[in-house]
Structures are given as structure tokens and as C-alpha cells.
Design a protein around this ligand. Structure first.
Ligand SMILES: [Zn+2]
Length: 216
């Protein structure tokens, strides 16, 4: 009798362990399977990004990124986000995720901040190749068509001196950092709030077009 109970216990433990291992493998597969695109909402958690009258950049970045990601999936593109909630993720980890999942494209979404400035600009590496430049131009053109206060252009390097933005430097695929208007400019915020769905569609369609061309 006693032996039977032990056998039962052992069976339950064995089944639990097998299920746990299967679960972990499934999660690993989900987390590391290759994707076409990584959408990277800038900042998050304790890192709020730029701030203006109680408005945090991290929230704007996440809101539009979620929409872009959803639209890309609708377009049949595999996509992963570096964060899909208000959570701190280091720049190193963002790049690690992108490189691990062998993405073809990495798009980081931010909002700008500076005195007396307006408009949208996109940053690419100082050593950007034609592909990367084309990706950024496609996105900026699409945003311009929706309507922005100023097209500030596709820029190489880093806004505050020499070098590159960390994500442009440390991701292995074509990457760009979109600065979607200035958070301390009322007009840019108005445009962002009014056009968020159209901006998301513009970014998603530009990425889709770029990938179609690459695959075609
Ligand atoms: Zn930012």
C-alpha cells in the first residue's frame, strides 16, 4: 500500500518536471525565434525620457510602438518589441534582443526635446549603408505625407557630438532612431496626438515596403 502511494507521488513529480521543461522550451523558442522586425519603444520604467508638463516621452513612445507592431503583424510581418509595457530595459539588452532574433530591421521610436525646435528627424549610423539610409528615408517620407511641422531630414551620427546612438552602433541589422516631434513643442504634441494612428500606419507601411523590396 505504502509503495503504491510513493509510486503515485513519483509519477506526479515526473509529469510535473516534464511539463515544466516543455514549458521552458516553449518559452525559449518564443523568445528566441527569428523575426523580421524589432520595434523599440525608447526609454521605459524609471527612465522616463524627455518630459514636458507631466507628459513623459516613454509613454508616447510605447503608445505608438504598440500600434506599429500590431499593424506590421497585420501586414504579415513577424515582429518583436523590446518592451510592450512600462518597463526599464537597458540599451545593451535592446540590442541583444535584436541581434539574438536575427531581425532584418530595428526601429527605435523616440520623441525629441530642445528649445525652440520642431519637427521630425531620423538618426542612422555615421557608417550607414544604402539600405539603412533607404529605410530611414522611406519612414520619414511616409511621416511627412501624413503631416509634420518640419522635415528635419535623415541624419548620420549622434545629435550630441561624435559617434553614433548606442542602438545604431550595436545592432547588426539596418537600424534607425525616429524622433517623432518635440515633446516640449505644443504644436508637435498636438500633431502627435491627432495623427498617432496615421503615423503608426505610415511607419508600418514604410517598413513593409522596404522588406517587400528586399525580398522581391
Ligand atoms: Zn528618447
Amino acid at each position: 500500500m505504502r509503495k503504491n502511494i510513493n509510486q503515485k507521488k513519483m509519477t506526479i513529480i515526473f509529469v510535473s518536471v516534464v511539463l515544466a521543461i516543455a514549458g521552458v522550451l516553449l518559452l525559449l523558442d518564443y523568445a528566441y525565434s527569428p523575426v523580421d522586425v524589432i520595434i523599440d519603444p525608447g526609454h521605459g520604467g524609471k527612465d522616463v525620457g524627455a518630459e514636458y508638463n507631466g507628459r513623459y516621452e516613454k509613454d508616447d513612445n510605447l503608445n505608438i510602438s504598440l500600434k506599429v507592431s500590431e499593424l506590421l503583424e497585420k501586414n504579415g510581418i513577424t515582429v518583436a518589441m523590446t518592451r510592450d509595457k512600462d518597463k526599464f530595459i537597458s540599451l545593451e539588452k535592446r540590442c541583444r534582443i535584436a541581434n539574438f532574433r536575427k531581425a532584418k530591421i530595428f526601429v527605435s521610436i523616440h520623441r525629441n526635446s530642445a528649445d525652440n525646435a520642431k519637427g521630425v528627424e531620423i538618426w542612422i549610423s555615421s557608417k550607414a549603408d544604402d539600405e539603412e539610409t533607404e529605410l530611414a528615408k522611406k519612414i520619414l517620407n511616409a511621416l511627412s505625407k501624413v503631416g509634420i511641422s518640419l522635415d528635419r531630414g535623415v541624419k548620420n551620427g549622434y545629435a550630441q557630438g561624435d559617434g553614433d546612438y548606442f542602438i545604431n552602433k550595436h545592432t547588426k541589422m539596418s537600424s534607425c532612431l525616429v524622433e517623432l516631434g518635440f515633446i516640449n513643442n505644443e504644436k508637435d504634441n498636438e500633431l502627435f496626438d491627432r495623427n498617432i494612428d496615421e503615423y503608426a500606419k505610415a511607419i508600418a507601411n514604410a517598413i513593409t515596403e522596404y522588406l517587400d523590396k528586399e525580398n522581391g
